[in-house]
Structures are given as structure tokens and as C-alpha cells.
Design a binder for this molecule. Sequence first.
Ligand code: ZN
Length: 343
Amino acid sequence: MNPELTRYARQIIFPPIGEEGQRRLLDSRVTIIGVGATGSILADRLARAGVGHLRLIDRDFVELNNLQRQLVYDEDDVTAVLPKAVAMARHLRRVNSTIAIEDIVADVSATNIAGFIADADVVLDGTDNFTTRYLINDACVKLGKPWVYTGVIASYGMSMTIRPGETACLRCIMGELPAPGTVPTCDTAGIIGPIVSLMGSIAVAEALKLLVGKGTLNSGMIHIDLWDDSFDKFDLGGPRPDCPTCGQHEYIFLNAEAGARTTALCGRDAVQVSVLGAPMLSLPALAERLRTAQVGAIQVNAYLLRAQIDGYEFTVFPDGRAIIKGTNDEAVAVTLYARYVGM
Ligand SMILES: [Zn+2]
């Protein structure tokens, strides 16, 4: 065996992959959107498997309550207030230094998603919200990219592999975006570690099959509840002609207008505020302004600015995005953003 393939020996012995399949993996590009709980499994497994180019995108930073379920991260990452994409890339470069790992600290939006997935062979969902998933679905259907949906909450999870034009898409099955407050979140329902590992592993297996071009893909919706010992798979049929996304090609999530956007964050008393189409901001300049205003403690590193203001905790990123902790009210968050960051 070629020495550069030695680290993958046990995977190459597996006949459906073999040396040819391994070379395909090494020539592959995968975009992982969100590297929290599910994304940890996706990124770690694919780095070890030798996917040649991994693009890790996440808008959040590592917190202590992540460690219960988000593998790969550790207490040092929490202390250093590292963005998840940066911390994940650092860990995985020590696991496999022979592949390219790209870390991107950003909120995936209608304005930037095409650039993140245009060169990807497979796109994987590590997000925790349907707004982003519907955007991924629009973008992947439009660009003809296969993607794997993974949803995990409490003790149950769902998995669906979407191949545009061949299978139903997410919107075929789920219809319109669920109304805010109507879907359980890890804030309201909690989450246990093993279901995350299981559902993440299913998505990884689907990705390997897609990349190698062998094996039987999941053509339905897998639903597993580990607390109820329930394992189900539902047939979904093919693409629906009346689906707005894959039938009518109306990409309303991809065509979102520029402007302020707020998202209540799963599992936290916090709101994210971002401004589409805004230029990058200078963290040192913002820190200087806030120090002048004598708002409270300010911490700044190369990736983010953290400030305590009026009993709220602001975390501001260079792309202008802010996570405002201490409120679930999106209007309050926008007001605070406008007052202290500016928009
Ligand atoms: Zn569809």
C-alpha cells in the first residue's frame, strides 16, 4: 500500500471503499454547516476518514454547557472563548495534518451560502434551526448539490438524504417554515449525547456513500428515539411537482432581502443580530468606542469582542454579527445592537 494511505488501511480493507474509494475521498470536498453537537461528529469522522477538503462553518463560540454533548471541544476552548470553527479546525489538524481544513466563522445567509457550497461534493447539516436548513435546501437544490439533513432534540433524531431531482427535498416533506415557538429546541426539550452521536454517524455514512459512489443510500426519513427504543424509516416518495423549491424553483430563502436579521439561539437566553450586506467592522475600533462610553468589561481577541453592557453580554464578530445574551426578545436585541454596535 502507498505509504500516504497507511493511516486509512482499515477503511481500505473494507471492500466497498478500497484504494480507489479512498482516493475519491481524498479528492473530495465537503461543506459542514454548523459544528456544534452534530457537526462535531460530522467533522471528526470525515477528517479521520480522509476527506481531502473540509470546510467548517459556524457562527458560535465554545461554552461550558456545550461540552456535555459536543465532542472534540475541551475546557481550554471555553477559557479561550474560541469560535467553534476555529477550535474544531485546530483539534482536527492534529488528528489529520494531511488534509485541508478550512475554518470559517460566519453566519450562513442568503448572501454567502452559494460561495460556501458551490465547489462542494456534499453538504452536511450541523445546524440547530429550520431557517438555515431551508436556506441550505434552496441553495443545494438550485446548485444540484446532495445534502444530508440531520435533526436532533431530546432523545430523538431524524435523517434524510436529499439528492436534487432524484429524491424529495426538505420542503417537499416539511412544507412551510414552522412558526417561531412551535418547534421544541434544546432549550425547551433538552438533549442527550448518544442520539447526537448516532444521528451524526448516519449522516457521515451517507456522505461516505455519496463520495465513494457505492452503497445503498437512505431514500426515506429515518426516525430514531433512543429513550423509547424506537427505530423507524418512512418512505417519502420522489420530488413533488408542486414543491416551491424543487418543483417550482422559487428559492425564497435564497432570495431573502438584505437587512437586519435576528435569530433566537437554541439553548440560551440570547439573540443573534446580523445585518445582511453590511461591510466588515473593526473590532479594535469598536472596543475603543465602547471603552470611551465606559460600558463595562471588554475583552477582545482576533476573532471576537466580548462586552458587558447594561446587564447584557455582547459578543461581536468582525462580520458585524452580534450575539446578545440576557434577552430572548428579538426587538430588544436589535435595539441594543443599534445602540452599542450600530447598524
Ligand atoms: Zn421539494
